[in-house]
Ligand binder design. Structure first.
Ligand code: FAD
Length: 408
């Protein structure tokens, strides 16, 4: 393990840095490293913040192996640079020590629906450019999945509190516990003087398995559990159905809440799981057990009934899975948590903007909906993805919103 100074020194400052090329927000990593090494931590922090207002978050929870770290040239023969450790230190230092700048207000009112990564990014960009921003949030605090999904042992909540504090000091109006598309509709906003609306309401509705037993009292959805784990009494044996990062977060949370046997079951093999490899490893270290090739077919009072699944490698190189109904077995469970993906809630259906077949908001490549003045980004547009992807697209939408408002 290298210190952050050693990491910055080891960095080759490549002319064509592959780390930056594979970063969805194209962070200028060599420049940040150079500034940091030459006593310019504030300049480095500013560079990071202006390019990616959520750098204090993405440095902690990005899938680094797929982005910067995974493409560092040093990784071809040895240990790649772990830029995210340097970035995390710089970004938090910058957020915690930098005064909010004096910004001339332009008097243009914008409404932001949702305070997850997309909503925070858009609000900061707007506030930095003098807009009068009101953020409407269905929950009682800002953050979206960052606060009500990703467990605190992976992302400390103080980071989000710092963001809230910074945005409020920049002049943000925050309306907690307020749903757009429920009592306040998008059409209500324009008569009150808002010139544009940004929708970033995410995909908070959990997908169902569609099995018998799913409505029983000991069955829960992972995204509901992760919102407030302390509200759930799960018993000793917890079975989690799913193979992605949300299943892993639910399992690692349950282990930390002293549920002694936590098992993840899913229909694929270990190497087919959609969760990040390092998250799977951490779950194994924490003591989570895995049952691979198990297709849940019914939920019983004290178990998940499964059938064995066979992995088939097809001639064209693709892989498929086939249930073998001759092999039936039960995974014992006092509680069952379902983590098989999320989709959009019903609010936007009521809000009157055009939706795709999946219920996501239909936008063009610049995040414009079919309703003039209404823009959108984040998971509500892309379906469940990553924080840094939400930031990247929101930046693009901000540019188009400014053009729409005649500011560019
Ligand atoms: C458990 C979990 C773990 C994850 N781990 C990672 C990870 O490690 N790394 C990573 O990069 N990505 C991770 N992701 C994905 C990532 O969190 C999302 O891609 C990202 O949060 C999307 O941002 P968003 O702003 O579009 O939506 P969200 O974060 O979902 O925020 C939407 C916000 O809108 C609010 N809202 C909803 N409806 C309304 C309404 N009608 N009116 C007003 N407000 C509303 C919600 O309450 C919420 O605060 C994870 C996701 C989950 C569920």
């Amino acid at each position: 393990m290298y210190s952050i100074k050693q990491e910055a020194t080891r960095c080759l400052k490549c002319k064509k840095p592959q780390c930056s090329a594979h970063c969805p927000v194209s962070t200028d990593i060599p420049r940040v490293m150079e500034l940091f090494l030459n006593g310019g931590i504030r300049e480095a922090g500013e560079l990071l913040f202006l390019n990616n207002p959520l750098s204090a978050v993405t440095s902690v929870i990005c899938p680094h192996e797929k982005n910067c770290t995974g493409h560092c040239v040093l990784g071809k023969k040895g240990e790649p640079i772990h830029f995210y450790n340097v970035e995390s230190y710089i970004s938090r230092f910058y957020m915690e020590t930098t005064d909010v700048p004096e910004i001339e207000k332009n008097g243009i009112k914008i409404a932001v629906a949702g305070s997850g990564p997309a909503g925070i990014t858009m609000s900061i960009l707007l506030l930095l450019n003098g807009y009068d921003v009101t953020m409407f949030e269905a929950q009682d605090n800002i953050g979206g999945v960052l606060r009500y999904g990703i467990p605190p042992f992976r992302l400390p909540r103080e980071i989000l509190d710092t963001y809230k504090d910074v945005m409020l000091r920049m002049g943000l109006h925050f309306r907690p516990n307020t749903r757009i598309g429920s009592n306040i509709m998008i059409d209500d906003l324009f008569p009150d003087g808002y010139k544009a609306v940004f929708v970033s309401t995410g995909t908070g509705r959990p997908n169902k398995l569609g099995l018998l037993g799913e409505t029983l009292g000991h069955v829960h959805f992972a995204v509901d559990y992760l919102k407030s784990p302390e509200a759930f009494k799960l018993g000793n044996r917890v079975a989690i159905v799913g193979a992605g990062n949300v299943a892993i977060d639910a399992a690692r949370t349950a282990i930390r809440r002293n549920h002694s046997h936590v098992t993840i079951l899913h229909f694929m093999g270990e190497n087919d799981m959609t969760a990040n490899q390092d998250e799977i490893e951490m779950a194994e270290i924490d003591g989570v057990e895995f049952v691979h090739y198990a297709q849940a077919v019914r939920i019983l009072e004290n178990a998940v009934r499964c059938v064995r699944v066979k992995r088939i490698e097809n001639e064209d190189g693709s892989v498929s899975f086939e249930e073998d109904y001759t092999e039936i077995f039960d995974v014992p469970a006092d509680s069952v948590i379902i983590a098989i993906g999320q989709g959009p809630g019903a609010d936007m259906r009521a809000a009157g903007v055009k939706l795709t077949q999946r219920g996501l908001l239909e936008v063009n490549e610049w995040g414009e909906t079919d309703t003039p003045g209404v823009f959108a980004a984040g998971d509500i547009v892309s379906g469940p993805r990553t924080v840094v992807e939400a930031v990247a697209f929101t930046k693009k939408v901000f540019q188009r919103m400014e053009e729409y408002l005649g500011r560019r």
